[in-house]
Design a binder for this molecule. Structure first.
Ligand code: SF4
Ligand code: SF4
Length: 94
């Protein structure tokens, strides 16, 4: 399942999508330490599988929190969270 976490406003849509099928097979949980904004946490889904999610208190602040990883120029091809996740489970909408 693809779980989308974030929000949209007049300036755009700011969602982090997580492929929870990949999370359920992940033992490392590299996203937790790999994100300097501490955006992610692990929770049990409806099937009792451990999956990554975006902390509720951060969901409406993703544009601001992720800005440090997304410079206007010289933007990284892969974000720190995507590098930390060895399963390519994380995508961003912006
Ligand atoms: S590292 Fe990737 S696959 Fe593992 S829990 Fe985090 S987002 Fe899911
Ligand atoms: S872009 Fe940076 S702050 Fe945002 S989720 Fe990825 S690693 Fe964390």
């Amino acid at each position: 399942m693809i779980a989308n976490h974030g929000y949209k406003d007049g300036s755009g849509e700011y969602y982090i999508s997580i492929d929870t099928d990949k999370c359920s097979l992940c033992a490392e949980h590299g996203c937790l330490d790999g994100c300097p904004g501490q955006v992610f946490e692990i929770e049990f889904d409806d099937w009792d599988e451990e999956v990554a999610t975006v902390r509720a208190r951060e969901r409406n602040k993703l544009k601001q929190i992720c800005a440090a990883c997304k410079p206007v120029s010289g933007r990284l091809v892969r974000l720190p969270c995507q590098i930390a996740c060895g399963s390519e489970a994380i995508t961003h909408s912006w």
